[in-house]
Design a protein around this ligand. Structure first.
Ligand code: 5CA
Length: 156
């Protein structure tokens, strides 16, 4: 049985016609390193979900980055056309319906402007968080753009 938040992600996948299966690990997969160890993949194949906030608009921005990369906000600012800052945990929960450490690429409470790290596309398969710090699902990297409605960009 999946936890409530992981089930929400499983339901969102199903609703969009995806057959990807959410798994919930007994151990934490809170960090990309832990997640990679858990599923036996490269850390670069872990999709990190970082929520930023537009300083002017106040809108939420989701950056899906390879677990191997650090986000360079300057590049994202150029795309978003405003300054951005890290979102606080309450804002993340309010906009996405999920807590930091388990933010999935889909199934959010409100639509979110999304950017996808081009480096993720160098892998066939990637693993993304699925609602909790212990839940993950595997998907083809090539589906990320369509699934999220996001824009492929250089984030590092
Ligand atoms: N389940 C794992 C692997 S998929 C996961 O969700 N990793 S993550 O990287 O996508 O999400 C955790 C990220 O949240 C960390 O990289 C960290 O940068 C960010 N984070 C942690 N604490 C805070 C905080 N207080 N405010 C804003 N961001 C935070």
């Amino acid at each position: 049985m999946l936890s409530k938040s992981a089930q929400k992600v499983q339901d969102a996948l199903k609703k969009l016609g995806y057959a990807y299966e959410v798994i919930e690990a007994p151990e934490s997969t809170r960090t990309a390193e832990e997640a990679a160890t858990r599923v036996g993949c490269e850390v670069g194949q872990i999709v990190k979900s970082l929520i930023f906030k537009g300083k002017k608009s106040g809108k939420a921005i989701l950056i899906l980055t390879s677990g191997a990369n650090r986000v360079d906000v300057k590049g994202i600012i150029a795309h978003a056309q405003e300054k951005i800052g890290r979102a606080d945990p309450d804002f993340v929960r309010e906009r996405t319906g999920f807590a930091i450490g388990g933010i999935p690429p889909l199934g959010h409470l409100h639509p979110i402007e999304t950017y996808v790290d081009e480096d993720l596309l160098s892998f066939d398969e990637v693993w993304a968080a699925a609602g909790t710090p212990k839940a993950l699902f595997k998907m083809p990297a090539s589906e990320l753009e369509k699934m999220t409605g996001g824009k492929i960009v250089q984030v590092k």
